[in-house]
Design a protein around this ligand. Sequence first.
Ligand SMILES: Nc1ncnc2c1ncn2[C@@H]1O[C@H](COP(=O)(O)OP(=O)(O)OP(=O)(O)O)[C@@H](O)[C@H]1O
Ligand SMILES: *[C@@H]1O[C@H](CO)[C@@H](O)[C@H](O)[C@H]1NC(C)=O
Ligand SMILES: *[C@@H]1O[C@H](CO)[C@@H](O)[C@H](O)[C@H]1NC(C)=O
Ligand SMILES: *[C@@H]1O[C@H](CO)[C@@H](O)[C@H](O)[C@H]1NC(C)=O
Ligand SMILES: *[C@@H]1O[C@H](CO)[C@@H](O)[C@H](O)[C@H]1NC(C)=O
Ligand SMILES: CC(=O)N[C@H]1CO[C@H](CO)[C@@H](O)[C@@H]1O
Ligand SMILES: [Mg+2]
Length: 419
Amino acid sequence: FRPAPSEKRGKTKQIFELLDEPGHVLVQSKDQITAGNAVRKDQMEGKAAIANKTTSCVFRLLQDAGIKTAFVRQHSETAFVASQCEMIPIEWVCRRIATGSFLKRNPGVKEGYRFSPLKTEMFFKDDANNDPQWSEEQLLVAGLEPADLTIGRCEVDIMNKSTVAIFEILEKAWATQNCTLVDMKIEFGVNVSTKEVVLADVIDNDSWRLWPAGDRSQQKDKQVYRDLKEVTPEAMQMVKRNFEWVSEQVKLLLEPQTVGRVVVLMGSTSDMAHCERIRKACSSYGIPCNLRVTSAHKGPDETLRIKAEYEGDGMPTVFVAVAGRSNGLGPVMSGNTAYPVINCPPVTPDWGAQDIWSSLRMPSGLGCSTVLSPDAAAQHAAQILGLTNHLVWAKLRASMLNTWISLKQADKKLQHCSL
Ligand SMILES: Nc1ncnc2c1ncn2[C@@H]1O[C@H](COP(=O)(O)OP(=O)(O)OP(=O)(O)O)[C@@H](O)[C@H]1O
Ligand SMILES: *[C@@H]1O[C@H](CO)[C@@H](O)[C@H](O)[C@H]1NC(C)=O
Ligand SMILES: *[C@@H]1O[C@H](CO)[C@@H](O)[C@H](O)[C@H]1NC(C)=O
Ligand SMILES: *[C@@H]1O[C@H](CO)[C@@H](O)[C@H](O)[C@H]1NC(C)=O
Ligand SMILES: *[C@@H]1O[C@H](CO)[C@@H](O)[C@H](O)[C@H]1NC(C)=O
Ligand SMILES: CC(=O)N[C@H]1CO[C@H](CO)[C@@H](O)[C@@H]1O
Ligand SMILES: [Mg+2]
């Protein structure tokens, strides 16, 4: 390795350039904790290793969801490899519940005030001036140019939207452990090779407030350390135990609490290609998908037997019915199961306009939906399963963000071309 230039030697970690892996750096945690800008600076043995676990799990969670991050892979107990970034010296803060410095800056707001939509704030990283809060306008006129990318309207909006999406994904993940994500701060960097704005630096318990069961007195984050009246060995042990608790819990965030599935029923194998597209789209959400052939017109007993097979094992299931011409399959399923049924008929140019009515006009008591595109049918199924599977939900959320970013960038490019 080669140590990166001195300004990259931070308070809690050190950055090394990887000579055999151009474009990548090693982020090495140090065994010390800082608060109130390094006024308190105590070594905490093993802290780096715990921080490693926390960061790598959180970044994996976000990356698997589809959020662009600098994280590449774990290197050792206390270090990970990341894409080399030039950092944007802004801390983006996102809040669900008002507490801490927000209360001081907004007198009258009581602790516990709930932000919906989420509140985002930004702070310029400037220790000498105690990290002043910045407005969007201040950031825009600053004309920062990390990795030769000018931080303008487009980049600011991307960071703002990404901050909210990242918060929501982590909030949903922590909710599975009955833990409230109160607020969070993150930093972005510009990938030096792709010039993309990506989530960089680290996310550990210095980066957020976590209240188990929504109860502030049980807080498990670095606030416990800041609140210490006296730094005794016993007190430091408690802080460390809390951190360990977080790093153990954070591993659980990578596991879904319930795994659901999609079962695609097709009236005939002639619709196989259509069904394969549904299965492929399901796999992009990490949802297992079974394909079955059955006709509600010609073998209703078999249709209902297959239905019972999937109802019998307790796994959350969404049925997708694929039947051309007259769709008997979806409606028969829908009338006989409490599970959701999505009609996804393959429409043909000749009779499609007439056939579609067999999927739309239902007898009373049926709640099936109809979605024409196979990708959209899988997405709809993912939205249903995502209600109880935070990993599926995270993929949907990240995909929404990435689509928004692509549109924004396409527009920026077009504006530059026409100038
Ligand atoms: N992927 C990356 N590529 C290059 N530099 C990085 C990357 N990730 C983090 N860094 C940089 O590592 C340095 C060390 O971070 P550290 O958190 O220790 O200090 P800091 O961010 O300057 O201080 P603080 O967070 O306490 O205000 C920072 O300059 C940070 O921007
Ligand atoms: C950033 O750069 C690295 C190479 O350093 C590349 O492998 C990676 O895919 C790029 N993109 C993102 C989003 O990190
Ligand atoms: C992020 O965007 C929202 C909505 O446009 C805006 O109200 C908010 O002030 C922005 N946040 C920051 C920190 O600029
Ligand atoms: C989860 O948190 C709520 C408060 O938000 C609490 O009432 C409940 O008892 C907790 N449940 C478990 C299983 O810990
Ligand atoms: C937060 O994360 C771990 C526990 O998960 C802890 O060991 C580490 O010291 C914390 N990081 C900071 C900077 O406080
Ligand atoms: C000490 C420790 O837990 N180190 C871990 C760092 O993160 C990687 C990947 O999650 C683990 O494999 C290490 O065990
Ligand atoms: Mg930092």
